[in-house]
Write a protein that binds this ligand. Sequence first.
Ligand SMILES: [Ca+2]
Ligand SMILES: [Ca+2]
Ligand SMILES: [Ca+2]
Ligand SMILES: [Ca+2]
Length: 454
Amino acid sequence: MSRSAVKTFLIIMAIVIFSSVSWAGEGSLNGSNPTVIEKKGLSRQADYVVVHGEKLKQNLSREIAKFSLFAHIDGKFQPIPFQVDEINPDGEWVLTQVPPEAKKSVKPEQDNDNGRLDDNDEMAFMARDAGDRVSFNGLPAGVEAVDEITLRDPADNGRAWVYLLSFRENPPLSNKDYVEYRPDKNQVAAKGYVLGFDPKMSIAPSLVSLQGSPNLIDRMKIRLSTKIMGIPFGFDEGNMVSKLSLYKDGPIRVIRRTRSAIKFIGVFRTPSAAVENIYYDNTMLIPIRVGIPISLKSFSSVISYIRVRGTADLHNTHGWKLKVDTDPRWMSLDGKMDEVEKSIQGEGSTWFLASGPEGAFMIRMIMNRNPDGSFQKSPIKTRLYYVDDDTAPDPPESVPGQSPQVGWWMDGLPDLDKGTLYFFAIMYLIDDYSDGAEKNYLKILDQPIQVTVN
Ligand SMILES: [Ca+2]
Ligand SMILES: [Ca+2]
Ligand SMILES: [Ca+2]
Ligand SMILES: [Ca+2]
């Protein structure tokens, strides 16, 4: 064989070998295995991580369907669960799945770039899946682009890495799926929890079950009472109508959009507003954006008061204990108010945690942040509402009594200016709670993992 024939033969052999490699299932990367240059030092377990497209320079404008996220864990460079969620040019989620009950009214959405990664799209994964830092000797076979993503814990400088790879075709994917939406049952489910929704009040869960526990929630309540020009006026969650419109169910998170309106005495209703709830395998996020059309301050002379509380009315929690951020003492949930419970300090409270035999959950209310985490000036201050009394009804409700009912009063509403107000209700579902572990969940927002890409 001539030298060029040998060369042609080798090239053909190489093509045959490489094209016969199967990428199915939990494949590993073909060709050169990257070398570990720094071991993982990040200890954060509870955090999810979101990276905006604009940071992922090497993968920007490429087809999302050809991405895979890799990490070097257990001695192997391998795919880990991730998802890319597109956001349209107006800043709204692009939701691609239609629940059966909405088939007639809504259609799956698309971004304006045919499924490519752009600046405002989001890539999400769990921090616990990150691994060692590696170096490549040239790009691995079949890979067209790599973004190295570094995670850093600002508390102890621990670091870990993941790699977003763009493949020419057939990206090898992890088959792990941490959270699912069950459209037939109106439920979101993960390893440690099931959250269920009433089709008529789809914005807040009416079923919370931790690791097989009975339903812990009677209902989520919003109660408002006010007096305007001497006329008393009230509102509760029963005045809200909300229904599921579209959703997206990926391996890392479920995004559910509900459309809600407020109806008054059946006579008129407000225009419907969309809210997206986001569910990870240990977190439910409800970001709310409220447009304040007029300065309430300028009406101070005609508004006598505005009282608003948002609460979780629980049940099936006898034997559980509960604590809040503003007082170190545990309260015992037994359907009766004792001396500790009567003297609890709740001024300025922003979270509570309930712990029982099946697990724990924590609800956190954030009034002073913009969606990007930056500080938002708001006159609204939260104050604990807490009643543990099986014999004290608080209608309307499905299970009479407050067993317990816990949440917050929102003070300062009459001082609201015209503008947009953001607030966030967050629920952490903790399946391995031990005393003090809430600090790992508080860090998610208070000391967020820093993300850099190169
Ligand atoms: Ca986009
Ligand atoms: Ca896009
Ligand atoms: Ca009690
Ligand atoms: Ca109740």
